[in-house]
Design a protein around this ligand. Structure first.
Ligand SMILES: C[S@@+](CC[C@H](N)C(=O)[O-])C[C@H]1O[C@@H](n2cnc3c(N)ncnc32)[C@H](O)[C@@H]1O
Length: 240
């Protein structure tokens, strides 16, 4: 019998507490995601950027003219990757859903964006460190112990002085609010975890908060955007 001697082995062991169908962030979930994006009318199949990206740019909070490279974590069909590329940011989108990545490449023809099949929790991300790391909808699906892997990846992918933006389920509006011990005991993350603003500040405490709050509604943004009232968004800057 193998006995635990390292963190990675512990994380792998904790993965086994979660039924494959209950962990949307391992390669066993690839088919789930690939199928989801083909559902007619699925909200994530729209080709619009997150409202907060546009709002942060317009408010001068995210100075895209000084940002050369970006990583879009769990990019799906690449709607945010495409928008960033259209702003002049050389963007890499990574995801575990191979068929979806193929569709993202087709949709992004002619733009300065590349897509790579990477499990950000278990594999190295090529091409970093990046000026901006952005995550819309991946982080909130993580099992509690995989936050450790996520933070490790973020630390190596985000350059000092760089920006980190995130869009997650808002606690009380979408996702579980069970504590980590209960999530681990149950072996279920369900539809995802809802985060409070304070929890996000705490999880990313090595970064400086720049902006945090509900995702802006369409009425507050000057161009068509992706927005739902169950989402919280946050922008952080890594000290230089
Ligand atoms: C809710 S979807 C969001 C997709 C996209 N960001 C959007 O907002 O349109 C979450 C995405 O994260 C991807 N994902 C889940 N676990 C991942 C992992 N370990 N590494 C990379 N991508 C992952 C899924 O395949 C899925 O495409």
């Amino acid at each position: 019998m193998d006995r635990l001697t390292g963190v990675d082995a512990l994380l792998d062991l904790l993965d086994t507490l979660f039924d494959d169908r209950e962990d949307a962030t391992s390669r066993a979930a690839t088919e789930h995601w690939d199928t989801m994006y083909t559902r007619p009318g699925h909200p994530l199949a729209v080709d619009l950027p997150d409202a907060n990206l546009v709002a942060w740019r317009d408010a001068g909070l995210l100075p895209l003219d000084t940002i050369a490279t970006a990583l879009d974590v769990g990019c799906g069909l690449g709607r945010n990757s495409r928008w960033l590329a259209a702003q002049g940011v050389r963007t890499t989108g990574v995801d575990i859903a191979a068929t979806t990545l193929g569709r993202a490449r087709t949709l992004s023809a002619g733009l300065d964006v590349t897509f790579a099949d990477v499990d950000v929790l278990r594999e190295p991300v090529p091409g970093g460190p990046f000026d901006l790391v952005y995550d819309s909808g991946c982080f909130h699906h993580l099992a509690p112990h995989r936050r450790i892997s996520y933070l490790r990846t973020l630390r190596s992918a985000l350059r000092p002085g760089g920006w980190f933006g995130i869009c997650t389920f808002a606690a009380g509006r979408m996702g579980s609010t069970a504590d980590d011990a209960d999530l681990l005991r149950s072996g279920r993350v369900g539809e995802g975890v809802g985060y409070t603003e304070a929890e996000l500040v705490d999880v990313f405490s090595w970064l400086e908060p720049v902006a945090i709050g509900p995702i802006p509604p369409q009425a507050d943004v000057a161009e068509p955007v992706f927005t739902h009232d169950f989402l919280t968004v946050a922008l952080f800057r890594r000290p230089g």
